[in-house]
Write a protein that binds this ligand. Structure first.
Ligand SMILES: C[S@@+](CC[C@H](N)C(=O)[O-])C[C@H]1O[C@@H](n2cnc3c(N)ncnc32)[C@H](O)[C@@H]1O
Length: 380
């Protein structure tokens, strides 16, 4: 287990009312122990042989998140109350990184002319501020017409609006919405060199820049055990795991459903720092719904890298079934924030002859029941 202060208790004035954190009354050491034993029990219940040691990686007991989604309700801005559909008005939040807390405090000064909506705030690697306003169309129109809120926001931050992530642009007499813009909102690592990832404020990224260094380290270490591997990846998104893998792999086939994330990945690869450009040609992007179907011949790969959504890998594992044991890729790296579906997939992988040899929890959601799991499986 990574050194943590086991007695740490995080103080929060909303402990009794806000649903965001569930474990604030439990010292951090106990949280760590129970996450480890919960994961062991879950995998055990699925008949999965777990390694003796489960690593617990912690980037801190709180204050990690560089992006968070809040709701606006009748003038209150915050998260849902415990067992309630009412929003608790939150001034400070134990989940937020210090930079994001500063941004949130400033953002709260805005008086909104309508009653409800969803808001994401984000800070980038150099403290850049972003906001995604996901409001009903009628409210977006009144925001564009009102003008002052948008003008004030755009002086200090990058604004995205609605599901289509449009950018409000002032044309001299009114605000118009233009197409989304890719910016560097997140960072991953290739062989210890930081690489900024192009995406939108609204894009999926891991929650914390600080915790993400642990992810990149683990992926680099595990992929690095198989130099020159040909890798197939499920759920590359904007390339957060793709790039650490690409640094030592022979090739990566990044399979992903989301076109906007892939636009970000393509731009990132195009703009790689000069010393890393030699890796660009090793990446192939493949877009589709790969939970439904994947036509690739998995015997052509040395490793699989998977970071699926909560629903797990589903049909992506089907091609492995029809291969002989020795034709299956020798290693399989699985990362998940939803251990329940991961356990189902790992049960299947075990039946295909894979053995879970290394397992780690990355506690990137401290004070909550959630955690990230990283597992290395090797073909027996
Ligand atoms: C947990 S995210 C991981 C993204 C990335 N690895 C990262 O660390 O930022 C899961 C990814 O799987 C993608 N995804 C979801 N369903 C998919 C499907 N049916 N086929 C392919 N990719 C899918 C999502 O768009 C998302 O990018």
């Amino acid at each position: 287990m990574t050194a943590i202060d086991p007695e740490t208790l995080i103080l929060c004035p909303y402990e009794k009312t806000c649903s965001g954190c569930q474990l604030l009354d439990i010292p951090y050491g106990k949280q760590a122990e129970s996450k480890v034993s919960e994961l062991r029990a879950l995998l055990g219940n699925h008949g999965i042989q777990t390694p003796k040691h489960i690593d617990f990686l912690s980037a801190g007991a709180a204050y990690l998140r560089d992006r968070l989604d809040f709701s606006l309700q009748d003038g209150r801005l915050g998260l849902y109350g415990k067992n309630s559909r009412e929003i608790v008005d939150i001034e400070v939040c134990a989940q937020l990184s210090p930079e994001l807390q500063k941004w949130y405090t400033e953002f709260r000064k805005i008086k909104w002319p309508f009653t409800k909506g969803s808001i994401r705030l984000r800070v980038g690697p150099r403290g850049e501020r972003g906001v995604w306003l996901d409001f009903a169309n009628i409210d977006i129109k009144s925001l564009l017409d009102e003008q002052n809120i948008l003008r004030e926001l755009q002086e200090k931050t990058f604004v995205e609006i609605g599901q289509r992530r449009k950018i409000p642009v002032w044309n001299g007499s009114e605000f118009k919405l233009k197409d989304p813009e890719l910016n560097k909102w997140f960072t991953t690592w290739m062989n210890k060199v930081p690489v900024d990832l192009f995406c939108h404020v609204a894009s999926f990224t891991q929650p914390s820049l600080k915790a993400n260094t642990f992810i990149a380290d683990k992926i680099s270490a595990w992929v690095g055990q198989h130099p020159e591997a040909r890798i197939i990846e499920f759920g590359s998104g904007i390339g957060n795991l793709t790039l650490p893998a690409l640094a030592t792999a022979k090739s990566v086939l990044a399979c992903e459903i989301d076109a906007l994330s892939l636009e970000g990945l393509e731009k990132t690869v195009l703009m790689l720092p000069s010393e890393l450009q030699k890796h660009a040609d090793k990446l192939t992007i493949y877009r589709g719904d790969f939970q439904k179907k994947i036509l690739q011949d998995f015997s052509q790969f040395d490793g699989v890298l998977a970071n699926p959504p909560r629903s797990g890998l589903m049909g992506f594992l089907n091609p492995l079934e029809s291969l002989k044991a020795e034709q299956r890729p020798p290693f399989f790296i699985y990362m998940s924030c939803f251990p329940e579906s991961m356990a189902i997939d790992m049960q299947r992988l075990q039946s295909f002859g894979y053995e879970l040899t290394e397992l780690a929890i990355l506690d990137q959601f401290p004070q909550t029941h959630h955690y990230e799991v990283l597992g290395l499986l090797q073909r027996k």
